[in-house]
Design a protein around this ligand. Structure first.
Ligand SMILES: Cc1cc2nc3c(=O)[nH]c(=O)nc-3n(C[C@H](O)[C@H](O)[C@H](O)COP(=O)(O)OP(=O)(O)OC[C@H]3O[C@@H](n4cnc5c(N)ncnc54)[C@H](O)[C@@H]3O)c2cc1C
Length: 415
């Protein structure tokens, strides 16, 4: 049997593409190698799924994608942030906007986002083939003729949409298969590298901080004495380094400076300058002059951090705070405002949120997501050479390009 549309990859891009093609009347099959759909979507936003970002204006959102962002002007004007939110709300998913315009389901459950998409696929009669790994794609002339599965079964369709994602977090199924097929059939794949990725820190004592999450801190990155970037917000210590929004968003720039001596500085108290913080510490010390130094930082710092700060300050932990010298206080201040680590490197694809690079956008028609080289082939989602910062931008690319690919691949052969 021949389908109108075959979609490869049951992630966010593939699900919305298949659903949209089905919605406009096409007979669609969605092929996914995992036993379930949306494996990566379920872990998105730490299981809360940051589905998009309500930034003001089209230009603003486009700017978030760097030099390739201009590709998104037309797609975002067709199916942008508002239409995305309307789509989910029409399926009874209530959404909320958090700091920085981040949009989440009110339930804080990515499973609810996935349920909307599964519901959409059911309503639009999309045939699901899970546990079905696509092994190769056969091209004949300037068209795709068929798909061959790992079990040697073949699937034929009039149009094909490849939504196999990037190479990041391969445990979720995104192993870069689509890039390999695309290159074989004549497309160019730009340089692939892991992006939005945790950093590895040289200092071994970072292990003692694993799991400590920091809020309202300022982190700056230096190469020698030159400040490369600085961000205010949230971060978290991992087993061998740091992750969290501000680290992930700076990882691309850090990667560009590596290898090299890169230093990271954390300001745990960015709201207070050195003088104000010193006054605050002196006030605390004067309130309880006989307190031991080791018991004096509870109101200033998270518990996990205190033993390390005490150790690095080289101040005797059993010293009474009223006998701490000005010089010792200066060392303490320095640790609170300029806590320094050396960066060893970046984690690889295994722990990256997104892949930078992908199918060359010059080879894709931005109005339809259709390949300019192969007549019945479309691409959508992370496989494209598009990557944004954290904040819901990357899923928005999936919703937008997936919807448009589905609409166009489905229209050509809609009944
Ligand atoms: C930990 C983590 C958290 C994230 N959080 C957010 C967030 O909150 N907000 C945000 O905007 N973005 C987030 N992202 C990024 C976002 O999840 C991805 O950009 C998005 O999932 C890409 O969707 P996709 O449909 O293009 O590809 P994927 O989600 O990677 O889906 C591709 C699918 O194709 C299937 N496939 C691959 N090869 C084959 C084959 N040969 N045969 C059959 N099927 C195949 C895979 O199994 C997979 O299910 C996060 C990413 C990670 C790793």
């Amino acid at each position: 049997m021949k389908y109108d549309v075959a979609v490869i990859g049951g992630g966010p891009a593939g699900m919305i593409a298949a659903g949209r093609a089905g919605e406009i009347g096409s007979h669609v099959v969605l092929i996914e190698k995992n036993k379930d759909l949306g494996t990566k979507l379920l872990i998105a936003g730490k299981g809360r799924c940051n589905i998009t970002n309500k930034v003001d204006g089209l230009k603003e959102i486009i700017n978030r994608f760097g030099k390739n962002g201009k590709f998104l002007f037309s797609p975002f004007s067709k199916f942008g942030v508002k239409k995305t939110i309307d789509f989910f709300e029409n399926y009874n998913l209530k959404t909320k906007v958090e700091r920085g315009g981040r949009v989440f389901p009110v339930s804080n459950k990515s499973q609810d986002v996935l349920n909307v998409l599964i519901n959409y696929l059911e309503k639009t009669d999309v045939e699901l083939r899970t546990n079905s790994k696509v092994k190769k794609i056969i091209k004949k002339g300037d068209r795709i003729e068929k798909i061959v599965l790992a079990n040697h079964k073949e699937i034929m369709a009039d149009n094909y949409i490849i939504c196999t994602g990037g190479k990041s977090y391969p445990v979720t199924g995104s192993t870069g298969d689509g890039y390999r097929w695309a290159e074989k059939i004549g497309h160019t794949v730009t340089n692939l590298s892991p992006s939005l990725v945790p950093i590895i820190i040289k200092e071994g004592y970072v292990r003692e901080l694993e799991g400590l999450s920091l809020k309202n801190v300022e982190i700056s990155i230096y190469k020698g004495d030159k400040k490369i970037n600085s961000r205010f917000g949230e971060a978290i210590f991992t087993a061998n380094g740091m992750s969290g929004p501000i680290i992930l968003d700076m990882s691309k720039e850090i990667g560009q400076e590596l290898p090299g001596e890169i230093k990271m500085q954390i300001d745990f108290k960015p709201a207070l300058d050195f003088v104000k913080l010193d006054k605050r510490i002196q006030r605390d010390f004067q309130k309880s002059p006989n307190k031991l130094f080791r018991n004096s930082l509870d109101e200033l710092l998270p518990q996990k951090l205190i033993p390390i700060i005490i150790k690095l300050s080289k101040i005797d932990p059993s010293k009474k705070v009223n006998s701490i010298t000005k010089e010792e206080r200066r060392k303490l201040l320095h640790l609170l405002k300029e806590f320094s680590f050396r960066i060893e490197g970046l984690e690889g694809f295994k722990k990256a949120i997104i892949t930078t690079g992908g199918i060359n956008l010059n080879e894709i028609d931005q109005k339809t997501m259709k390949s300019k080289l192969i007549d019945n082939l479309y691409f959508a989602g992370e496989i494209l050479d598009l990557d944004g910062p954290t904040g819901g931008y990357n899923l928005q690319v999936c919703w937008t390009t997936g919807y448009i690919a589905g609409e166009n691949a489905g229209q050509v052969n809609s009944k």
